[in-house]
Design a protein around this ligand. Structure first.
Ligand SMILES: C[S@@+](CC[C@H](N)C(=O)[O-])C[C@H]1O[C@@H](n2cnc3c(N)ncnc32)[C@H](O)[C@@H]1O
Length: 258
């Protein structure tokens, strides 16, 4: 029975239509997804409690980085995985903030940027940043960047299309840092992603990859990458189960890159 006390505590009594929204990638082992109704579609009277809404379904999320409030709008229904903030991105932002020297004064490119939050934070930390993703995500990323950096005219950010399957040769190995958050998940793209890394990294480039293990195939990508890069785990956020790897081209690839 719902009492007044319950209603005032939880603020709202709502009729929720609970539908199946989880895809393979949003399945319930991810990012505090609280909607575990996979395989069901039903109507239920429930007390609305903000903490029970999957973070992916919130229209926007707020973060504070580099002393600045960032409001990152999300569009899970429209754009899917590219238009939400993944834990791996938050962990990488936190890591960069604590290790500013990795990015301050450096040229950086972010692959599969999604909301662009990592690139935005990297730019606020003094990096000259190119944020990339599929063309379909660029309008959204530009909006997020404009909204959050409009009061920071000195911040250096560019947003560009980079599809690992076809655009990698359009980019050259001019970057000090390559950033990637939660970009290892589609096995069919592993070769293209690796080709992209090899194209844009020079002998001094530092790769920073944040990653959550979900499937065996994800580890296979790391093994693939280790054939060309040193890849060391440098950080583990146990509360979010996200690791950060630091990589540099192996000597054999450096020789080729020269
Ligand atoms: C799980 S999301 C991670 C987004 C963001 N980095 C984050 O952590 O919040 C994976 C991202 O990879 C991008 N992506 C998928 N396939 C791609 C491809 N072929 N080329 C470039 N980006 C791709 C998606 O558009 C999406 O933004």
């Amino acid at each position: 029975m719902v009492t007044n006390r319950h209603v005032s505590k939880c603020c709202l009594l709502v009729l929720l239509h609970i539908s199946v929204v989880c895809t393979d990638h949003e399945s319930c082992d991810t990012d505090s997804c609280m909607l575990k109704e996979k395989g069901m579609a039903s109507q239920a009277v429930v007390l609305y409690d903000e903490s029970l809404v999957s973070p992916f379904h919130k229209p926007s999320r707020m973060f504070v980085f580099v002393g600045k409030e960032l409001v990152i709008k999300q569009d899970w229904k429209g754009l899917g995985i590219a238009a939400v903030v993944w834990d791996a991105a938050v962990v990488l932002c936190e890591y960069l903030e604590k290790n500013k020297d990795l990015i301050n004064g450096k040229t950086a490119i972010e692959l599969g940027a999604g909301s662009g939050i990592v690139g935005i934070v990297a730019a606020l930390l003094g990096g000259k940043v190119t944020i990339t993703d599929l063309d379909t995500a660029l309008k959204y990323i530009n909006e997020v960047v404009d909204e959050n950096l409009k009061d920071n005219p000195g911040v250096d950010v560019d947003v560009k299309g980079l599809d690992w399957t076809k655009d990698w040769t359009k980019f050259t190995a001019d970057y000090d840092v390559v950033l990637g958050a939660d970009i290892i998940y589609i096995e069919e793209l592993f070769d293209d992603l690796l080709k992209t890394f090899l194209q844009i990294c020079n002998e001094n480039t530092v790769v920073l990859l944040s990653w959550r293990y979900r499937y065996n195939r994800d580890s296979r990508y790391l093994e693939l990458m280790r054939q060309h890069f040193t890849l060391k785990e440098i950080f583990y956020d146990s509360s979010r189960d996200v690791k950060i790897f630091h990589g540099k081209l192996l000597q054999k690839n450096k020789d080729k890159a020269r």
